[in-house]
Design a protein around this ligand. Sequence first.
Ligand SMILES: NC(=O)C1=CN([C@@H]2O[C@H](COP(=O)(O)OP(=O)(O)OC[C@H]3O[C@@H](n4cnc5c(N)ncnc54)[C@H](O)[C@@H]3O)[C@@H](O)[C@H]2O)[C@@H](O)CC1
Ligand SMILES: [K+]
Length: 527
Amino acid sequence: MISAYTGTQVRAAEEPLMAAGLGDVLMHRAAHGLAKAVVHELKSHRDRLNGASVVVLVGTGNNGGDGLYAASFLAARGMRTTAVLTGNAAHPAGLAAFERAGGRVHRLTEAALPGLAAEAAGADVVIDAVLGTGAKGGLRENAADLVRAITDKDRQGVVVACDLPSGVDADTGAAVAPVLPADLTVTFGGAKAGLLADPGADHAGRVLIVPIGIDEHLPQPSLRRLEDADIARLLPHPARRAQKYSRGVLGVVAGSEDYPGAAVLACRGALAAGVGMVRYLGPPSVAHLVRLSCPEVVCSTGTVAENRVQAWLVGSGMGPRDHEQLTRAREAIASDLPVVADAGALPALPAMLAPHVVLTPHAGELASLFQRLGHGEDREAVEAGTLGAVRHAAERTGATVLLKGATTLVSAPWGTTFSQADGTAWLATAGSGDVLAGVIGALLAQTGSDVGRFSKAGIAADGRWAAIAALGTALHGRAGRAASEAVSGGPITAGRIADALPEIWGKVSMLSNSGAWKRNSHSQPLR
Ligand SMILES: NC(=O)C1=CN([C@@H]2O[C@H](COP(=O)(O)OP(=O)(O)OC[C@H]3O[C@@H](n4cnc5c(N)ncnc54)[C@H](O)[C@@H]3O)[C@@H](O)[C@H]2O)[C@@H](O)CC1
Ligand SMILES: [K+]
C-alpha cells in the first residue's frame, strides 16, 4: 500500500530528527535521492551524462536547498548545471556547496528572464525546487513569469519536481497556476497526499518516494492507495463448501426504458466480480434484455423487502421519471444493507446516510449533490479540489463517497480516504460507470460483513466500505487497462472491462502477500 501524508504530518515526523541536529542529514538524503533520480532519467534519454545540461529553479526555503545540493552532486559528475535563484535569498549551505562543485548561479531578474527561460527550455533536465511543503499559495512575480515562459516554449528535456511541483498544495492537491508540469516528482519521507489527488496528480507525472529515515515518526496516513499485494489480500475467495447464497447475492435496481443497457452492464460487472448470484428488479422490458444478455441473472418481480440479498446496487441508468425504480432504490437504501447508490439514485437520497451506503458520483453529479445540500461548490470547484470535495461530501452526508475521475478518490465520513489511479483514459466511455457500480456492489455483497478481513489489514470497521469501493475501483481500472492492452492500447467499450476482469482477479490473487501494508522502506515508484 502506498501511504500518503500531509505536508504538516511529514514536517512533524522530521521534527524529532531536526531537534537531534540531523536536519542536514535529512536534506542530504533527500538531495541524494533527487540527484540519483535525475541521473536515472538522463540515462534513459541519452548515452552520456558528461555534458548533460541541468537547470535548477531555486526558492528561498529548504526545498531550494534540496535542489541546490542535488545539483551540486550532478555538477560533480560532469554535468553543466545552472541555478536560477528566484527569490532574494537561497539556502546558504546548499548554495555554497553548489558553487564549490562548479555550478553557475543566476539571479532571476526581469532582464535576465527571457535568456534563463530559453536556457531552461533547452536543458536536458529542469529541476523545480522553488516551493515545497512550507509554501503558502503559488509561485509569485518573476518565478511565475519564468514558469509561464518555460511552459510556452518547446521544451527539449524532462522536468523533475523536487518534493512536489511548486504551486501544488501538499495536503489537498489543489494547484495555483502557473505550475510547471513535471514528468517525474521525487518526494521525500513519504508521498504527499496532494500528489495522489487531482489536479496535483496531473502536474506531478510519475512519483518516486525517497525514504529519509522518518518512517517511525510518521502517523496514520492521510490518504492510501491499494497496490497489487493489498488487492490480493482483500479479495474474497470461496470456501470449499461455498454455495451461491453463502458467496453473496447482489440485488440490482438499475436501468429504465430509456437506458436499458445500464442494467445489463451493471449486471455484467457484478457477475465478473465473483458474486454468488445477481437478482435484478426493474421494468419488464429491461428485465427481458437482462435475461437475454446475462442468462445467469435471476430477474425478480417481488418488492425490495421480499428479495433476500446481501447488498444492493441502485441508480445506474435511472432518471427522475422512473418513479417505480426510484421507490425501490429508496427502499434499498433504507434497508440497512450495504448499497452502492449510482447516477439516477443520487438526486433521490435522504439528507443523512450511513457509511455502508457508497455514493459513486462524477464531478458534475457531486456538484449537484452539494447544491441540493445547500453548498455552493460547482463542478469547477469540485475539480479544482477533488480531495477536499470528496471528504466534505462524505462528512456532510454520512455516506462513503467515491468521486470518479482519472484519479478516483473514496472517502469514509470520518477520515479513511483512498486514491486509485489504476486505469487508462479509455475507461472514460459510456457504461464504464455502470460496470464499476456492479463490481463494487458484488464486492459489498461478498465482503461487507467480513469486518475481520479489513481489520487485519489495519482498516477500521467503518472504513471498510471505503476500502471495498477502492478495491472495486482498482479492479475496474486494471481490467480496463488490460482490455486496452489486449487491443494494443486501442479503445475499449464498457463490456470489455467486465470481460477482462476475471483474469485480472486471477492474476492479482496469485501474487504473494508478503510486503503488503508495510511503510516505504526503499525508493519506490508510484503509478
Ligand atoms: N524539514 C526538513 O528537515 C527537510 C525538508 N526538506 C525539504 O524542505 C521543504 C520544506 O522546506 P521549507 O519549510 O523551507 O519550505 P519551502 O521550501 O516550501 O519554502 C518556504 C520558504 O518559501 C517562502 N515562501 C512561502 N510561500 C511562498 C510563495 N508562495 N512564494 C515564494 N516564497 C514563498 C517562505 O518565506 C520560506 O522562506 C520540503 O518540501 C522538502 O523539499 C527535505 O530537505 C527533507 C528534510
Ligand atoms: K518544488
